[in-house]
Structures are given as C-alpha cells and as structure tokens.
Design a binder for this molecule. Structure first.
Ligand code: SF4
Ligand code: SF4
Length: 350
C-alpha cells in the first residue's frame, strides 16, 4: 500500500492513543524506563512510554518469539500420555515506538518461520499484532541501518510510522491495511492530516554508511578461513548478550520440564556465541573456539541468510555492540572486512 495524502493522519499525543487502545481491549507494548534500562513492556497509559532513547535495550522480538514458550503440555495417566496444545493467544496487540530497524526484522524473520514448516507460534502472535514505529530523530555511533539497506525512516515491516512534529504531536503515515484499519477505528486519537501535517518538517536523523554489504558478502564467500576471525574475536567472552538482544537472532532449543505427573515442552532461546550451543553428547564440539563461533555469527547473518532468503539477517540496530560487555563492535568488524575486500580486488587487478 503506497503512502498518499489519503492515509496520512495526525496524532495529538501518545496518551490519547494508548487510552483509545486500552478502552477497546488492546494489549499495548511500548518502551518504558525500568531502572537504567528502556524496555519494550506492557503499558496502560501514554505517560509510561519513553521515546527519548536511541533504541530500547531489548528488541520487539520477545513479544512475538518469547524467551521461553510452551509448545505443548503432557500428562501421564494410567500408562498413557495425554498431549495438549498450549492455549492460543487471543488478545489483539499494538506495539508502539519500535524503531525502523526493529520493524524491518519482522518480514526478515517471516521468511524463516515459514520456510521448512510454518511456525504457528510466531504467526499466531504476528497476525494479532499491529506495529506502530517511530522515525528516528537521534542515532549513535553504533547505528548502521544505512549500511544494510535501511534508513532512520524506513517503513519495512511497520503498519504505521509516526514522525515527531516540531512543537509536539506526530504525523502518522499508514503503511498497511492493518495500520489503516487501526487509524479508522481510533477516531479519538487519529484525525485526517491537515496542510500543516503534510508540510511539517520531519524530525529525522541521518546515519552514516559504514560499509558496503555487497563487498562484505563477496569477501565472506571466499574467506571461511582467515586470520581476521581469531584477531577480531580474541576479547569475546561468549556471554551471548549480543544474540539475545538482537532482533533477528532466532535460534532456540527444545526442553521438556516436568515430573512424574506430566509437564511442558518449551522452546527456549539459545545463542550460537555460547560454547554449549554446538556441544555433542560425545563431548566433541565442532565449534570449539570463540573465533569459530564469531565467524558463524557473521557468516549466518551476512552470507548464509542472504543465499537462502535474499535478505541480510541484520538490521543495523547496533544493540549487539552497544551492550557487549567487552566492546566487541560488529560494524567495525564489517568495515574491516569491506576494507579487505578492496585489498583483494586491488591485488586481483594487478
Ligand atoms: S556480547 Fe560481546 S562478549 Fe558477549 S558473546 Fe556477544 S560479542 Fe562476545
Ligand atoms: S547483529 Fe547487531 S546490529 Fe545487527 S540486528 Fe543484530 S543486534 Fe542489531
């Protein structure tokens, strides 16, 4: 759906939006300050929402793909096992305040969650969720959306994008039918945009391009073995924070928890940066060193996923680097690879 004058609205403030949503029975998720962190969590009023940070610490992923999610329950009864599906989510949900990088992760993950089999857990929540993003008015040195084909006002994956207006309020640009139906339903919050909205200056920052993702892919295609992997990953302690905070990392483990009466089968987040991720029961570990695990993370995001799904598995949100306890910086590694790609080309030309 193209954005036209017909689907641009004016939103006075977040209070009226959240009040309207709550009164109509929606669950609302938005960034909220909790201690020193800004986290996407349930809110009941617009005053709880904080849009001041570059990006919330967690991503919106965990509200569609929870850290731990039951996939079935089981009960033992007279030597038989009864297996039941967990209850399906039913409440319509609106996520407010996701940055364009986070919303872009959704269609990227849709491809994976319907590739070999359709992941009904992901799509049950996805179908019930409307995503209202906010264009970025500030960025930091960790952001690199523009190096992976996005921008601070990209609409990929959102249903509607808010742009902050000078003097308060937002212009709301509808992107999908879901977004349009929400704007039409919430007449207390949204009104048709007037001339002032259409001509309003856009409070949007710009993000410097740090590397060429095509060069990175070419280099990765040809350099599975390279001293760069060990050199760059020396300080990584394998804590997994980068993978858990990443909006596109999606690996999980399946675990049964229960007792003599029955229990639950859970899908739990897992992380390729942790040593146990690939540990075999024999004790052999095909990725026994941290440089192999770091290489896997880069290869998966910038080579294998591109080959399989024609999308980079990274949206340049910078969370992995911003939160790394030992200052591993992904865009620095990718810039280094881009530079090496240039060296290879130059050497080849001679
Ligand atoms: S957050 Fe940093 S130290 Fe932890 S696994 Fe990721 S790169 Fe390594
Ligand atoms: S790899 Fe890092 S920058 Fe890329 S999407 Fe994940 S957390 Fe964001």
């Amino acid at each position: 759906m193209e954005t036209t004058e017909q689907n641009i609205y004016s939103l006075k403030d977040l209070d009226s939006l959240v009040d309207s949503l709550v009164s109509k029975g929606y669950r609302v998720i938005a960034p909220k300050i909790q201690g020193s962190l800004a986290l996407f969590t349930d809110v009941k009023s617009g005053s709880e929402i904080s849009l001041d940070q570059v990006n919330p610490n967690n991503s919106i992923k965990e509200h569609l793909f929870p850290r731990s999610e039951p996939v079935l329950t089981f009960k033992y009864e007279s030597k038989k096992v009864d297996v039941c599906d967990p209850p399906e989510p039913a409440q319509k949900t609106v996520i407010i305040g996701a940055k364009p990088c986070d919303t872009a992760s959704l269609p990227i993950l849709d491809k994976l969650f319907q590739s070999d089999i359709t992941d009904k857990f992901w799509f049950a929540k996805r179908n019930l969720t409307t995503v209202i993003s906010v264009a970025c008015d500030k960025c930091d040195e960790y952001c690199f959306c523009s190096s992976v084909g996005l921008s601070p006002e990209s609409k990929k994956g959102c249903d509607m994008m808010l742009v902050k207006k000078d003097g308060g309020g937002f212009v709301a640009e509808v992107e999908t039918d879901k977004g349009e139906s929400l704007a039409s339903e919430l007449t207390d919050a949204f009104s048709k945009a007037g001339a002032a909205d259409n001509g309003a200056s856009r409070n949007v920052c710009s993000v410097e391009t740090k590397f060429d993702s095509g060069n990175v892919k070419n280099w990765l295609d040809n350099n599975f073995e390279d001293p760069l992997w060990e050199d760059f990953s020396k300080q990584c302690i394998g804590c997994g924070a980068c993978t858990f905070l990443c909006p596109t990392c999606h690996c999980f483990d399946i675990v049964d928890e229960g007792n003599i009466d029955g229990g639950c089968r859970l899908k739990n987040w897992d992380a390729c940066q942790m040593k146990m991720f690939t540990m075999h029961t024999s004790g052999h570990n095909p990725r026994s060193s941290q440089d192999q695990r770091w290489r896997q993370r880069i290869m998966h995001k910038f080579r294998y996923y591109v080959d399989k799904f024609d999308d980079i598995l990274c949206v340049g949100c910078g969370r992995c680097s911003r939160s790394c306890p030992v200052d591993m910086n992904l865009s620095e590694c990718l810039s280094l690879i881009d530079g090496k790609s240039g060296e290879t080309k130059a050497a080849g030309e001679e």
